[in-house]
Write a protein that binds this ligand. Structure first.
Ligand SMILES: Cc1ncc(C[n+]2csc(CCOP(=O)(O)OP(=O)(O)O)c2C)c(N)n1
Ligand SMILES: [Mg+2]
Length: 282
């Protein structure tokens, strides 16, 4: 059996590349007769789940198996956000994993100003920061990438945007908790880093921001469609972006590895942690 591997650079909506050529008939016939040993390959999360079994137990089928390798949602999502930026936009990054780890590495269009609060790293700083920017620079587009945890701390200011006619663009990344804390914790799945799940996209309406364009997206296709709507909107915009709890931006694993020494685990890796969780689930 031959196993192929495709690296894809889109997530949530997938595009599968061309399939491998057919295995030569003679080899296929031989493969049907050999004893099944360890088949397949191993990447990230180990072997195929043992629960995946043949439908026909007495029949052996040989053929080509294709495995898709999908990159982290978090990084991919940022590429889509970057495409949305225009020259002279103001981009605010709250202290959230996606924003802080991803934004410093992106190539910005001409004249884009970025504000990140790296000195104290206070979560929730982003909402008042974009409010100040939007009021000070009413002719520029102000966009914020925030985590849902940080946003919960200062979301009570949302009504102030409408009160003063500001039209910000909120991109709130909801990964179901304090991910920045998870990746520096001995036990990333501690319950205290989970959060009460708000309906974030409903916040503007609840705070009196009438006629804002608001939506919740769970796929890249939906995100692109929402960004296209945001592009046209004459009002404020609020897009809640749902991503998987265990996604981490590309390169962000160093936070987990680096803090391992504090817990007497200098060799720990994020990949190892994901495996540990996967093993517990079995
Ligand atoms: C005022 C304040 N409280 C707590 C922290 C510790 N802290 C750092 S990152 C983080 C989690 C942020 O969660 P979220 O906004 O959802 O972003 P995520 O990391 O999940 O992307 C917390 C609590 C902080 N930096 N500032
Ligand atoms: Mg979060």
């Amino acid at each position: 059996m031959y196993s192929g591997l495709w690296q894809q650079d889109k997530i949530m909506s997938y595009f599968v590349g061309s399939m491998p050529t057919q295995i030569e008939a003679g080899f296929l016939e031989k493969a049907q007769r050999v004893e099944t040993a360890t088949i397949g390959h191993r990447r990230h999360m180990g072997f195929m789940d043992p629960a995946i079994q043949a439908i026909l137990p007495n029949r052996r089928i040989a053929g080509t198996a294709v495995t898709l390798a999908l990159p982290g949602q978090d990084s991919t999502l940022l590429h889509h956000i970057v495409q949305f930026l225009r020259p002279n936009d103001i981009l605010i990054s709250d202290t959230a994993i996606t924003a802080v780890l991803g934004i410093p590495r992106i190539k910005l269009p001409e004249g884009v100003d970025v504000e990140v609060q790296t000195s104290w790293g206070a979560i929730g700083w982003g909402t008042p920061a974009i409010l100040g920017n939007a009021l000070a620079a009413p002719d520029r587009r102000c966009i914020i990438v925030a985590g849902e945890g940080g946003h919960q701390l200062t979301a009570n200011e949302m009504g102030t945007f409408y009160r003063y006619g500001a039209k910000p663009i909120f991109l709130t990344v909801n990964n179901g908790g304090f991910h920045g804390e998870r990746v520096t914790n001995r036990y990333p799945n501690e319950e205290y880093n989970d959060l009460a799940q708000w309906n974030f996209a409903d916040i503007p309406a609840a705070m009196g921001c009438e006629d804002w364009y608001t939506t919740k997206v769970t796929t890249l296709g939906e995100l692109d469609a929402a960004l296209a709507e945001a592009e046209k909107a004459a009002s404020g915009v609020y897009i809640e972006i749902i991503i998987d709890t265990w996604e981490i931006p590309q390169g962000g694993e160093f936070l987990f590895t680096g803090t391992g020494a504090l817990f007497g685990m200098p060799d720990r890796t994020w990949e190892g942690w994901l495996k540990e969780m996967a093993a517990k689930r079995q």
